[in-house]
Ligand binder design. Structure first.
Ligand code: 4NP
Length: 168
């Protein structure tokens, strides 16, 4: 499929951000990559954590298992958010309000602040205003994360497609 954002333009760059970068944001990265690719969007996708607690680790095995059951292989390695991310990425997508507030504190200009959004704002369903942290809970929490991220990713991909024009 031809890219929707035409070949002579650079990719639209999206960074998903959670606390540890081992559960929610690696799942968002894997899910959004697939959805964007299926739509032919020219995107670059990455994920990071507001903490460096799990730096260098693969995604949590429970998150990977849940994602694998839904057809997604999560391959990212945890890293903390860097200052340079605010220049490189067009959109920084926070999983919850704490991630959002931490990113806002890191931003150094209004332009950088304006790149920060909440993943839950792309949900149609109104029963969640954030992507709940599944780390200390059971398997249901990981499946819920996938449900929410699939819906939000479709809507985010649609918005990017709407902004960046019709399919070429
Ligand atoms: P994440 O989940 O932010 O979705 O990656 C967590 C991972 C690790 C911890 C908390 C949340 N932790 O406390 O180590």
């Amino acid at each position: 499929m031809s890219p929707i954002i035409s070949n002579n333009k650079r990719p639209f760059r999206v960074l998903f951000v959670c606390l540890g970068n081992i559960c929610r944001s690696p799942a968002a990265e894997g899910i959004f990559k697939r959805i964007a690719h299926d739509r032919g969007l020219n995107v670059e996708v990455d994920s990071a954590g507001t903490s460096g607690w799990h730096q260098g680790e693969p995604a949590d095995s429970r998150m990977r298992r849940s994602a694998r059951h839904r057809g997604y292989e999560l391959t990212s390695i945890s890293r903390p958010v860097r200052r340079s991310d605010f220049e490189r990425f067009d959109l920084l997508v926070a999983m919850d309000d704490s991630n959002y507030d931490n990113l806002r504190e890191m931003a150094s200009t209004k332009e950088e602040e304006d790149k920060i959004v909440r993943m839950a704002d792309f949900l149609d369903r109104k029963d969640y205003d954030h992507i709940p942290d599944p780390y200390y809970g059971g398997a249901d929490g990981f499946d819920l994360v996938i449900d929410l991220l699939e819906e939000a990713s479709e809507n985010l991909a649609q918005e990017i497609q709407d902004i960046y024009g019709p399919q070429v």
